[in-house]
Write a protein that binds this ligand. Structure first.
Ligand SMILES: Cc1ncc(COP(=O)(O)O)c(C=O)c1O
Length: 398
């Protein structure tokens, strides 16, 4: 046998991605993530960040982070379970629970760490996870880490979910536990999960409900309290997972729910137990973000005013914005090459919006995914709309 080459695959697999134009060509932000940003040396309008409420460069968040460095240092020194829980982490968890109207909350280093750490503990052998077919990769990876059986239901199709639930309970030995997991807001299309109907369907079968509200936090519900508040389902959704990396402008994952859930998650999530905790500056900035949401409603209002205006005007120009109900506004193009050309033409005109192509979406569903944020003025939005109109006509999309 020829001696194996230990690392040849690194280059061949990367080259294959390049050959199919599937490699990431990373653009560089030279300064804060704001509506007016500098990307690869060019001044652009930011239309693809998750900084929905424009908080990532907010003075109160920055001041809180600087103060926490002065009082608590740069790092936490340990994992949370050993010596890395600071009073700031606990204050933040109290604040999350009260913001979400939940009994308790737990803060993870990232949303990905929350999904990857908690899901495999909630279900194991003899259990079933039922997942929406378009759920986020961090849910998919969390599910892969568990020994539970997996079932998929059609996107946002509660009838199909009920079918799966009935089939499982009709088995000679029904599953020990069932968990239904869904994104709250779907990150590629901007549509909202029918959470009320999902909760009702799950309740009949004694199934747990887990919602990943990464794109609903700060965006849906009263003052940005998220999807559970949006549907008035407090106390009925067993795990409300969220992130501070998007609308809240910082970083970190969270779960909110019962005290039992938090005690369980804290003692079992391996990503929480075995990985260093967030630095004090991060925890302090997250606390400040929630305070800003509670005391400065103008950001939330502006986000929705901007979203409604931009979507309506894109549609008036003849663009198809798919099924979006939120600031995530896809501009459907169809073919991948065309979506990439549209993104390039927008960038040339000073608008930063990335194409989403296969394999992230189906081959004929390539799009530009715009994310509206509260930092954009009406003038900015009109500037972006003009750029879309010009490029869209050049490429015969409209
Ligand atoms: C739906 C969804 N869940 C989870 C995550 C992960 O969150 P975080 O950035 O906090 O790791 C993301 C971020 O991309 C997301 O879009």
């Amino acid at each position: 046998m020829a001696k194996r080459n230990a690392t040849e695959f690194l280059k061949t697999e990367y080259d294959a991605l390049v050959a199919q134009s599937l490699d990431w060509r990373i653009k560089k932000l030279e300064g804060p993530s704001e509506a007016h940003a500098v990307v690869d040396g060019k001044k652009v309008l930011m239309l693809c960040s998750n900084n929905y409420l424009n908080l990532s460069n907010h003075p109160r968040l920055k001041e809180a982070a600087i103060k926490a460095i002065q009082t608590h240092g740069a790092g936490s020194g340990s994992v949370r379970a050993i010596a890395g829980t600071m009073n700031l982490h606990l204050q933040l968890e109290k604040k999350i629970a009260s913001f979400k109207h939940a009994e308790a909350a737990l803060y993870y280093q990232t949303g990905f760490a929350a999904n990857a750490g908690l899901i495999p503990q909630l279900v194991g052998e003899g259990d079933v996870v039922i997942s929406d077919e378009l759920n986020h990769g961090s849910i998919i990876d969390g599910v892969r880490l568990s020994k539970a059986e997996r079932a998929i239901y059609k996107h946002c199709d509660v009838g199909d979910l009920e079918r799966v639930l009935k089939e499982l309970d009709a088995r000679p030995t029904p599953p020990r536990r069932i968990i239904v997991i869904t994104d709250g807001v779907f990150s590629m299309d901007g549509d909202i999960a029918p959470l009320k109907d999902i909760v009702n369907a799950a309740e009949v079968h004694g199934a747990m409900v887990y919602v990943d509200d990464a794109h609903g936090d700060g965006v849906l519900g009263e003052g940005g309290r998220g999807i559970v508040n949006h549907f008035h389902l407090e106390g009925k959704v067993h795990v409300e997972m969220g992130t501070f990396s998007k609308a809240f402008g910082v970083v970190g994952g969270s779960i909110a729910g019962s005290k039992d859930l938090v005690a369980f998650a804290l003692n079992k999530s391996r990503t929480w137990l075995l990985s260093g905790s967030a630095p004090p500056a991060t925890a302090a900035a997250c606390i400040a973000a929630l305070e800003v949401l509670e005391t400065e409603p103008q950001h939330f209002k502006k986000l929705w005013d901007n979203t409604n205006y931009f979507k309506k005007e894109l549609q008036a120009l003849g663009f198809d914005t798919g099924v979006s109900q939120t600031p995530i506004t896809p501009v459907m193009v169809g073919e991948s090459g065309k979506a990439k050309s549209l993104s390039e033409k927008l960038f040339e005109q000073g608008v930063f919006a990335l194409p989403i192509v296969f394999p992230m979406v189906a081959k004929d569903k390539a799009r530009i995914r715009t994310m509206v944020n509260a930092g954009l003025s009406r003038e900015d939005l009109n500037f972006a709309l003009n750029a879309f109109e010009k490029a869209g006509k050049e490429l015969s999309i409209i």
